[in-house]
Design a protein around this ligand. Sequence first.
Ligand code: IPE
Ligand code: IPE
Ligand code: MG
Length: 237
Amino acid sequence: MGIELPRHIGFIMDGNGRWATSRGLSRSEGHKAGADAFRRICEYGCDIGIKSMTFYAFSTENWKRPAQEVSAIMNIFRDYLHEAQERKEENAQKGMHMHYMGEREGMPEDILDLFDTAENESVNQTKTTVNIAVNYGGRAEILHSVKRLAHSVAAGELDPDSITEDMITSGLYTAGQPEPDIIVRPSGEQRLSNFMIWQAAYSEFWYTDKLWPDFTTEDFDKVIEDYSKRHRRFGGV
Ligand code: IPE
Ligand code: IPE
Ligand code: MG
């Protein structure tokens, strides 16, 4: 392609509900269509050689939704993870490493087990890391990292004045990965909704009115093309 690829892209997979409603379908059908878009975009990102991708699938705030919708979403995770188990060889060939990114507390055990299996089995596949943000909130993630440091302070192992930004970064779920170069949000909303709020300090943003289930590989190409034209300054000149 000859242009600089983003090393890490974040996708806020929003608009499933509106996509379904506009077709007279249930919101659950919208989430299914959103999962198909996820498969398509994830596969394409691996094929073109993106190093890290993070897909925001379910936030710590999404538990507020009706129980029926939440359980439909959890079932979609189960289906996807069972399918990933069947397509293990294919994913290995793609060099895809799957990583659960979020709070474990509150999640059904069987889903965590499926994620753990997928994660452990793909640990040596280092071409593309795919973070799936489930029960994820940026504030909860920072809190988690800060508590870890607080424990070290309380144990007398760490001087509070020697705490650095890097120490907080290394306690996040994305430890060791580059920060997102660009964050994509479909559905016309222009907000982060608690997505990677620490890591996004200098991320570029890319918005579209399209709803997530309609997001195509051509849209992905456009993100990359637009990214290559952005001038990032990181506070410099
Ligand atoms: C995103 O789609 C999926 C989740 C948040 C789980 P939405 O369900 O938020 O879709 P809209 O925003 O209602 O259209
Ligand atoms: C953000 O979408 C979370 C996910 C896409 C998983 P929401 O639909 O929950 O965000 P708000 O409520 O519009 O900010
Ligand atoms: Mg939404």
